[in-house]
Design a protein around this ligand. Structure first.
Ligand code: OXD
Length: 317
């Protein structure tokens, strides 16, 4: 059981985008009038911080920090910060308006593939009039790899539309997901991958998931499958992905995240006919929703409860 975290009094906001930093400061001040809130590096005696990609010297300049809020859902970069004190509690945003966007993005890609809209685009270019009949929706299987807050919402939305959905997680259990078929662990991963018509990656980046979709696992997907990565670029071996698509062992991929961001101008993904690229926008953090969630977490801390979204440092998310 983690010890209680004292509710903060002085909060610094550090964001690489000055405009975003300004908006966070205002939104948090409106929700937390009792706190002293200022843009980094003020206040120098801050006991809490809300951060996105803090600079290398960040933690050395703020020795009084007692809790850290991440301005996003993924904390992989933050946990890899060399200055992060080992015992500092890290709290991440859990939905804060991201789930609705993630659902839109994933549903868009699944529907596009299922209904053949990608093929209709090619047909239009060729001046060809021909119907494409989709298979029965319930037999069209979408695998959602990563059944955290966002993964569960995406899986539920797809299941409500009538797709056959399987949610794969690290371990059995976790929150109830109704009728959605579940699979879990390394042992069940090959069978899960083999059934996917579309695979949606929504797992956090940890030591266990880095390069998860390597050449061997990509080869477990059916050759007609489509990969959608809305999690982190490092989940996928990019060279192996290109090889699999070029060799006809995978239909293609929609990628919102990359190992190097922004995606370098010379990267082959930009021009590949079977790869769709978006610039890490599947679910953008909404400042007002995010500030409301941070205020609620601090509210919970005031009652002596632990805030939701507290990161398990050993597990990596
Ligand atoms: C996040 C992201 O982790 O935007 O929230 O990638």
């Amino acid at each position: 059981m983690s010890p209680r975290i004292a509710p903060p009094q002085r909060l610094t906001v550090c964001h690489p985008d000055a405009q975003a930093q300004h908006r966070w400061v205002h939104a948090l001040r409106a929700r937390l009038p009792q706190l002293r809130i200022a843009p980094y590096p003020d206040p120098a005696d801050a006991d809490a911080a809300l951060v996105w990609h803090p600079p290398p010297e960040f933690f050395a300049r703020l020795p009084s920090l007692r809790v850290l809020f991440a301005a996003g859902a993924g904390v992989d970069a933050l946990l890899a910060h060399p200055g992060l004190p080992p015992a500092l509690p890290v709290v991440r945003l859990e939905d804060a308006g991201m789930a609705a966007q993630m659902i839109e993005y994933c549903v868009h890609e699944v529907v596009r593939r299922y209904r053949g809209f990608d093929r209709y685009e090619a047909q239009q270019r060729a001046g060809r009039w021909a119907e494409i009949e989709p298979p029965p929706r319930a037999r069209y299987t979408v695998g959602v790899l990563g059944m955290g807050v966002l993964g569960r919402r995406v899986a539920q939305a797809l299941a409500q539309l009538g797709y056959g959905v399987i949610g794969h997680g690290r371990s059995a259990g976790g929150p109830e997901t109704g009728h959605i078929e579940r699979s879990h662990g390394d042992a069940q991963l090959p069978a899960f991958l083999a059934r996917c018509d579309v695979l949606v990656l929504l797992a956090p980046l940890t030591a266990a998931t880095r390069d998860l979709m390597n050449a061997e696992r990509l080869a477990m997907l059916p050759a007609h499958a489509w990969l959608v990565n809305v999690a982190r670029g490092a989940l996928v071996d990019e060279c192996a992905l290109l090889e699999a698509i070029d060799a006809g062992r995978l239909a293609g991929a929609t990628l919102d995240v990359f190992r190097d961001e922004p995606l370098p101008p010379s990267h082959p993904f930009w021009t590949h006919p079977r790869i769709r690229v978006t610039p890490h926008v599947a679910a953008m953090t909404l400042v007002d929703e995010g500030a409301a969630q941070v205020a609620a977490k601090i509210g919970a801390m005031r009652t002596g409860a632990l805030p939701s979204g507290l990161v398990d440092r050993a597990r990596g998310y």
